[in-house]
Design a protein around this ligand. Structure first.
Ligand SMILES: Cc1cc2nc3c(=O)[nH]c(=O)nc-3n(C[C@H](O)[C@H](O)[C@H](O)COP(=O)(O)OP(=O)(O)OC[C@H]3O[C@@H](n4cnc5c(N)ncnc54)[C@H](O)[C@@H]3O)c2cc1C
Length: 475
């Protein structure tokens, strides 16, 4: 079969794909070095590190960034995706520094709680059980669980510490084994009433309930959000979309949106990538391919995967989220100014974030206006997926006004996004899938957040690793 392709600089080439293998015969001797499937942050991190090669990023939707999504509303931004990022020493920090985007420590309280009408902000988390309106048995259960959790977080941090001579994929494999033999709910034990509601509101940020995620993932979640100065502790100034925009500006016409890849077919000396653009079927061929989609999407398009890799990709569960971004127009300080993250058990949303805090915290007086984001994740989000958007928006706003009555009359714009499969979450037994996911697959390299437990940082790290493997193979 003869396949005609075009490289990003417009060179046309023909590839012969005989049965059982591919032989490359190009009109001008050129062929793409790599095709990158998916323009989320994993694909863009790969593309950034390969930007001086002959590459093409194919993105199905009409925008880049995937689950990183912010829209500028000067001097703020609406946020509908990732917003807190890993700090110094992380793959994310390296990418942000290389690209030249400004990052800042997340300002404000990260563990505020609103429960039964009481707002608890600041102070030592271990004293929260005494400050929240709980029954005596809920207080005791929460205090005991908190103490156990702090010890477990210390063990997790120990396990997560870098080891001499260990590669990043090896470290991910090892960390996935932490608490992989039971669910977080089993590890925690039964929790009464509102103590359960409180854990549930926070842990479901992972898009799954405590009965679904592994104990290690639940403990790791607290390790990430309790890490003063570490963990997910950085905002991108101007919104996370700035990182996407800067990478995309540098890549120029090496990126094509509206191109849905239908097949990635590796052969002996090339990879053929079939996609549709404006309803037309097209193909491109490259020496290497990065597949940087969600796991189940990779399973559907990559041909000839080893059986265990195919099964592992299909087995990664994703949980739902309904997220709303809110632009506000207050003229002065608001009661949420000192808060970044607020857990809101028993509300229609389970977390609220003060997205504009990083802008407010900059030198000078607090400017007017602001930007908030709230979401509901896991099983609690399922009924919301079915409701008309207007009803969800009303329910979220009613609860916003119930928590912060002064917000009433100051909501200028809302945007709602329903994500039935938002985040991959490690369930018990997840570690056993990892060898099939991070094994070499010849000319195809997998990248994405599902390859580990640190969300966008795993996505970026795996994208960078794919780029490194490709650079080595092309050298
Ligand atoms: C509301 C929300 C809040 C979040 N908060 C945080 C946070 O604070 N910190 C954090 O670290 N993470 C957070 N995350 C998670 C983070 O956004 C993701 O882990 C990360 O963005 C995943 O990047 P990715 O590149 O692996 O996948 P994606 O962003 O999903 O990118 C995959 C891309 O591939 C494209 N694609 C799929 N199939 C095809 C195909 N067949 N052909 C071509 N293209 C295709 C998709 O359109 C998409 O653009 C949050 C996510 C959401 C939604």
């Amino acid at each position: 079969m003869a396949v005609i392709g075009a490289s990003s600089d417009g060179n046309v080439f023909e590839v012969n794909v005989p049965p059982g293998g591919a032989g490359l015969t190009n009109y001008d001797g050129s062929v793409l070095d790599a095709v990158i499937v998916g323009g989320g942050i994993a694909g863009l991190a790969s593309a950034w590190d390969l930007r001086n090669r002959d590459i093409l990023v194919l993105e199905a939707s009409d925008r880049l960034g995937g689950r990183i999504r912010s829209e500028t509303r000067d001097p703020y931004w609406l946020n509908l995706g990732a917003h807190v990022f890993s700090g110094p020493g992380s793959a994310t920090a390296r990418l942000c520094a290389d690209v030249g985007v400004e990052v800042a420590s997340v300002p404000g309280q990260l563990a505020a709680v609103e429960l039964n009408g009481r707002l608890v902000v600041g102070g030592r988390p271990e004293l929260y059980p005494l400050r929240l309106p709980l029954t005596a048995s809920e207080r005791v259960a929460l205090s005991k669980a908190g103490a156990r959790l702090r010890l477990a977080v210390a063990r997790y941090r120990n396990a997560a510490a870098p080891r001499e001579g260990e590669s990043a994929p090896q470290a991910r494999r090892r960390l996935l084994q932490f608490g992989d033999d039971q669910t977080f709910a089993d590890w925690l034990g039964p929790m009464p009433g509102d103590a359960d509601a409180l854990f549930r509101a926070t842990v479901t940020r992972s898009t799954a309930d405590p009965e679904e995620i592994s104990a290690g993932q639940g403990i790791g979640y607290f390790a990430l959000v309790w890490a003063a100065g570490g963990g997910l502790s950085r905002n991108i100034v101007g919104g996370a979309g700035v990182l996407v925009d800067e990478i995309s500006a540098e890549l120029g016409d090496k990126v094509a949106t509206g191109c849905e890849v239908t097949e990635v077919t590796p052969a002996a000396d090339a990879v053929t990538v079939s996609y549709t653009r404006d309803g037309r079927a097209e193909q491109v061929t490259a020496r290497q391919a990065v597949v940087a989609t969600r796991a189940f999407e990779a399973a559907a398009i990559v041909r000839g995967l080893p059986d265990d890799t195919q099964r592992a990709l299909e087995a990664i569960p994703y949980g739902p989220t309904v997220v709303m971004a809110v632009l506000t127009d207050e003229q002065g300080p608001m009661p949420w100014d000192g808060i970044y993250a607020l857990a809101t058990p028993k509300r229609s949303f389970n977390m609220l974030f003060n997205i504009a805090n990083v802008a407010h915290a900059r030198p000078g007086h607090r400017r007017s206006g602001g930007s908030l984001m709230m979401y509901r994740s896991a099983h609690g989000a399922v009924p919301l997926l079915e409701l008309p958007d207007g009803e969800v928006e009303r329910a979220f706003l009613d609860d916003l006004y119930a928590i912060f009555p002064r917000a009433r009359g100051h909501v200028r714009e809302t945007q709602l996004l329903k994500l039935p499969r938002m985040l991959p979450y490690p369930a018990p037994g997840r570690a056993a899938l990892q060898p099939a996911l991070d094994r070499p697959l010849g000319r195809v390299h997998l990248a994405g957040d599902y390859l580990g437990g640190v969300y966008s940082d795993t996505a970026i790290a795996s994208g960078q690793e794919a780029a490194l493997a490709i650079r080595r193979s092309l050298a």
